[in-house]
Design a protein around this ligand. Sequence first.
Ligand code: COA
Ligand code: ZN
Length: 291
Amino acid sequence: MVDIRIIEVSPRDGLQNEALPVPTAQKLELIRGLVAAGIKEIEVSSFVSPKWIPQLGDIEDLWPMLSEGGLYSALVPNMKGLERAEGLGVERIAVFTAASDAFTLKNINMTVDQSLDIFRLIRAEHKGFMRGYVSTIFECPYAGLIEPKQVRKVVDQLFEIGVDEVSLGDTTGVGVPNEVRDLARELHGLDKQEIVWHFHDTRGTAIANVAAALELGYTAFDSSAAGLGGCPYAKGAGGNLATEDLVYFAHRMGLSSGIDLSALARASLSTLDCLGKLPSAKAQLAMLADE
Ligand code: COA
Ligand code: ZN
């Protein structure tokens, strides 16, 4: 048993946002490296429209090549996506909506209610694990500030539909610990084990938000190796919380993660190289400099 559960999202949330396409073999190398570093849960791609997100259009090639040893998942936006996922025997899926209609309309061309209707149909068909994402938990780039109540409403609807966990996304990386606490207060009565926090580090506040959530008793976090990531439908949504920063912080706080930070710091290097980027996540840089 580990003290902190980390769900790695770089192959999906990271690579969906890159202008340069990453070859399937390179994605495979990234995922292998992450598994070798001890990461269990990895969101590897999406069954979305390749016209909308061409970067992830190779999932049919990628999925069958994944090695044993990981718990892999992928995003499913609609019944067509589910059909594709079931065709490959995918057990763990994630559906995604947001706290605001303005964002879901841009992202998946549906209102929040329309998306929930579709997720109900997906839940009826899909017997395996199902995560529900709520994006824009603090602020929507189109609709402005979001009230915690709005988030709670969507979270309740997702649990009613029967998702196994909800991931709460600060899609544009605007949040600070007070906002984490305000939202957590609104989530009273829910099982903390079934809530995952998904912070972006756009403004350098992600680790402070993790610290706030940990103090409130939450132990599950999404993060992305090398801080790769963003959202194509949220301008300025810079990198995700870097997994290296999260693992360093957790270990130094005395919490076990099951992840080898040294191996993790190296796992994304060839992918960064392929994207023409240098490492920039702080704990990754420090680890590499130490070796
Ligand atoms: N996979 C592949 N193709 C899909 C698809 C899926 N899951 N869903 C729809 N399509 C295809 C349809 O077959 C149709 O193809 P055609 O034009 O060749 O007939 C076309 O896309 C339009 O279908 P429609 O149902 O009208 O979809 P849409 O245009 O309203 O788009 C989504 C809806 C959800 C498919 C699209 O918005 C999407 O993929 N968004 C990506 C969101 C995302 O990944 N964001 C980042 C993560 S937060
Ligand atoms: Zn994200």
